[in-house]
Design a protein around this ligand. Structure first.
Ligand code: GBH
Length: 469
């Protein structure tokens, strides 16, 4: 059928960049080495009960020591681009001041290794590993953190900006703010609605300041972006339109508003008025936050279905939205997240490639001059090595359908510049530790042996043929 996002043979245009992505804390390990300072994820994962099985990122994929082999692996898959993140506490162990040259050297070698293999480096400045020293001063609830981030961005821009031409500031500030300071599911594990909203603004400010700092230090004619995780919202109840508006404001427009349009949406400010008067948004902040961008990074995994709660019937809440102790949605306790129809991934997230097509089309309608790049898309399944191979037909099917969705969006006029599969390697899946595998390459955590999964070979073929297998 043409409606279910399964069709083979669609060609992907030259210049459309196809690759994969990772993040520092999820793969590197070596947390105490070469001058790295502690991050909030080291602290959080040492907290009993915070992470499934008590896992931590202390060793992870040991990528810090296996970088050369991992580069060869990327080359063998034919990746055209590799999105990695830089660990702020490797560059500034205390989050400000003193620079740790060994940290810069590591990423410099990574970048050189990518370029030597013809792989385009795409650098993310912040994928959640805030230096613990800054959290001790309030973390993202503290305005100062945004200025420290600009200082860090300038250091990295000066060190790598002669070779890295594609930059993204923050990965998914929604997660940093709402999971870190609202629900407490992520580091630093705080559960305070006001803290989450302050974090939203200071992350936005950090983004704007960092773009300015990068433009001043990077010497290449580079492209700049932010990566957001969009909530694609559905609902068929009579109250769904109101619930969709509320969550769209809290999840999506509180970032796209200031970053792309230079203002917080009025409904977002009104919906949160009982938590804060937003006096911490200072004159001039919105001009700083709204910097010209060259593309928008889009992370997409799934959809959400919502309606308003009547306040009486048992409150439905899909997995991941349990708000015992804290909710990722300040001021929205009256919104219900409904359990969605399958099929599901191992995360329990519903598989909905039409949501990706819809999202890309909608973003290009809202922001017509802004190119898009899928900076993450992928899925966790229960993979096993058998006879030295990993067959993951569900992941192949997931990727196939989402590539078709992306292709269809392009056919509908969306200026989509690339597609980065999450993730290159199985890795530390945050609160789920090593229990969930997102890689197109399997990692044996006892031996650190890498085994390319069938999905990795599928991507390799897609890149080689430049058409969807
Ligand atoms: C990305 O986060 C991360 O960038 C990456 O590090 C991570 O490994 C990968 O995806 C897989 O998780 O949180 O209850 O609102 C994705 C985070 C997951 C956030 C789905 C929104 C919806 C359920 N997103 N989530 S809930």
């Amino acid at each position: 059928s043409t409606d279910d996002h399964r069709e083979s043979g669609a060609a992907l245009p030259q210049g459309f960049v196809i690759g994969s992505a990772t993040a520092s804390y999820q793969i590197e390990g070596a947390v105490d080495e070469a001058g790295r300072g502690p991050s909030i994820w080291d602290t959080f994962s040492a907290t009993p009960g915070a992470i499934v099985n008590g896992d931590t990122g202390a060793i992870a994929d040991d990528h810090y020591h296996r970088m050369e082999d991992d580069l060869d692996l990327m080359a063998s898959l034919g990746l055209e681009a590799y999105r990695f993140s830089i660990a702020w506490p490797r560059i500034q162990p205390l989050g400000s001041g003193e620079v740790n040259q060994a940290g810069l050297d590591f990423y410099s070698r990574l970048v050189d290794g990518l370029i030597a293999r013809g792989i385009r480096p795409i650098a993310t400045l912040y994928h959640w590993d805030l230096p613990q020293a800054l959290e001790n001063e309030g973390g993202w609830t503290n305005r100062e953190t945004a200025y420290r981030f600009a200082e860090y961005a300038a250091i990295v821009g000066a060190a790598l900006g002669d070779r890295v031409a594609t930059w993204t500031t923050l990965n998914e500030p929604w997660c940093s703010a709402y999971l870190g300071y609202g629900s407490g599911a992520h580091a630093p594990g705080r559960k305070e609605p006001l803290a989450a909203l302050r974090a939203v603004h200071h992350l936005n400010l950090a983004h704007g300041l960092a773009i300015k700092a990068l433009r001043e230090t990077v010497t290449l004619d580079a492209e700049y972006s932010i990566t957001l995780n969009f909530h694609v919202l559905r609902g068929d109840h009579e109250s769904s339109p109101e619930a969709i508006r509320r969550i769209d404001a809290l999840a999506n427009r509180c970032f796209t508003g200031p970053v792309l349009l230079g203002e917080y949406p009025a409904d977002f400010l009104a919906d949160t008025a009982d938590i804060t008067d937003w006096a911490f948004v200072l004159p001039g902040d919105l001009e700083i936050i709204r910097q010209p961008l060259d593309f928008l990074g889009v992370n997409y995994y799934s959809t959400a279905t919502v309606r308003m709660w009547d306040g009486e019937s048992p409150r439905q809440n899909a997995d991941g939205h349990k708000d015992v102790g804290g909710s990722p949605w300040p001021g929205s306790r009256d919104v219900e997240f409904q359990v969605q129809d399958g099929p599901y991934t191992a995360m329990g997230w519903n598989i909905a490639p039409d949501g990706l097509e819809e999202l890309l089309v909608s973003l290009s309608e809202q922001f017509p001059d802004l190119p898009l790049m899928i900076t993450e898309n992928g899925a966790a399944f229960d993979d096993e090595v058998r006879d030295g191979r990993v067959d993951d037909p569900e992941r192949v099917d997931y990727l196939h359908r989402h590539f078709v969705a992306a292709h269809r969006a392009m056919a509908r006029g969306v200026d989509l510049r690339g597609y980065l599969v999450w993730s290159l390697l199985d890795n530390f899946e945050w609160g789920y530790g090593y229990s969930k595998r997102f890689g197109i390459v399997h990692v044996d955590y006892e031996t650190q042996k890498r085994t390319v999964k069938a999905s990795g070979h599928w991507l390799q073929q897609l890149i080689a043929e430049r058409r969807i297998p």
